[in-house]
Design a binder for this molecule. Structure first.
Ligand code: ADP
Length: 341
């Protein structure tokens, strides 16, 4: 995961699973989306039908997988998980769809990366719970219709704009997940700390909340590094079994892991450095930027840029990305900013 300042290990993935909220009630923030989902699920329950297909859009780590699990859990429905890159042929999708049980929730992560041929099969499946399977080759090929069990598709994508219109239009509801504010991240962290048995004070949690890129997944990972630090460097006084973390421990741990005051990760910083130093603050076109940092334009646009725009380090103009005065200051280059004396 490129957006992450700390590499994921098996143990961390297990930890992530353990921290996932199991109900909409426990899910922190995203108030609007939560309300919309609640209505959709309740209406379906009242009419005893499968809920409409749901598209979840937003940068990684904001809770898309968690929400898909909640949709299944709240309706007492089984969940099948797959992803766009795993569906490279229509046949891959046919195998999944034809084995769904009635009412099952099918989660397809990174749905914009599914093969074109599978996408077309999905249109019919979503609309009529039916697919056409091609049997044989050449002149003798025939298509055999196959009825499917009714299901709810939950698709996740880093940007809804990457999906072809016919696919986007077949979702009954699209939720746009936003970065979390600091108060919400503190709630996520407080919950995780208590599950970890880590005694962290308010100041410590708020420091992490300000440095996790508005992203719960990163908040939880940083908390784990702080926990490690607290275990190795026990602070004065007793603590809970998982140790005790204060502001000093948080600052020391985050410094060790190279997380700066704004929580920018390596890729964010690389992008900013290019805009500031190689292009004098911009404007720089998206593709030029992507080539310069050796990353896909899609990743820059869907993952890096939304956060940099949100914290006011770059603005998007018709001619490209431009660094703001705050960006020059944050990187200690204010004297080189255009117009600086
Ligand atoms: P995505 O699928 O969007 O990449 P996930 O659903 O996998 O993100 O979430 C990443 C981690 O962040 C999970 O471990 C989950 O526990 C945590 N998380 C995400 N959103 C929330 C939330 N709203 N409240 C509490 N924890 C959350």
């Amino acid at each position: 995961d490129l957006t992450d300042p700390v590499l994921a290990s098996e143990a961390e993935l297990a930890f992530e699973g353990a921290l996932r909220p199991k109900s909409l009630e426990e899910f922190v923030g995203q108030t609007r989306v939560r309300g919309q989902l609640q209505l959709l699920l309740t209406a379906a329950m009242l009419q005893q039908r499968t809920p409409d297909h749901i598209l979840l859009a937003g940068p990684p780590g904001l809770g898309k997988t968690t929400l898909a699990m909640i949709v299944a859990h709240e309706g007492g429905r089984p969940l099948r998980m797959s992803s766009g890159p795993a569906i490279q042929h229509a046949g891959d999708l046919a195998a999944i769809l034809s084995s769904l049980v009635p009412g099952e929730v099918l989660f397809i992560d990174e749905i914009h990366r599914m093969a074109r041929s599978a996408e077309e099969m999905l249109y019919l499946a979503m609309e009529d719970f039916r697919i056409d399977i091609m049997v044989g080759k050449g002149a003798g090929a025939t298509s055999v219709p196959l009825d499917l069990a009714p299901f709810t598709l939950v698709g996740a994508t880093t940007r809804a704009g990457l999906l072809p219109n016919p696919l986007r239009d077949r979702f009954g509801f699209t939720a746009h997940l936003e970065f979390y504010d600091e108060a919400e991240l503190e709630q996520v962290l407080a919950r995780a700390a208590s599950l970890l048995g880590l005694d962290a004070d308010r100041e410590a949690l708020s420091e992490i909340a300000g440095r996790c890129r508005g992203t719960p997944r990163i908040a939880n990972r940083l908390l784990r590094r702080v926990r490690d630090y607290a275990l190795v460097h026990p602070a004065s006084g007793s603590g809970r079994r998982g140790g005790r973390a204060d502001l000093t421990a948080v600052r020391a741990a985050l410094e060790l892991y190279d997380v700066d005051a704004l929580g920018l990760d390596r890729l964010d910083r690389a992008v900013m450095q290019i805009v500031l130093t190689r292009f004098g603050g911009g404007p720089v076109g998206l593709n030029t930027l992507a080539v310069s940092v050796g990353e896909e334009a899609e990743t820059i646009e869907a993952v890096v840029e939304p956060f940099l725009v949100r914290i006011g380090l770059i603005t998007r103009t018709p001619r490209g990305r431009v660094a703001t005065p705050a960006a020059w200051r944050h990187f200690g280059l204010a004297d080189r900013a255009p117009g600086a004396a």
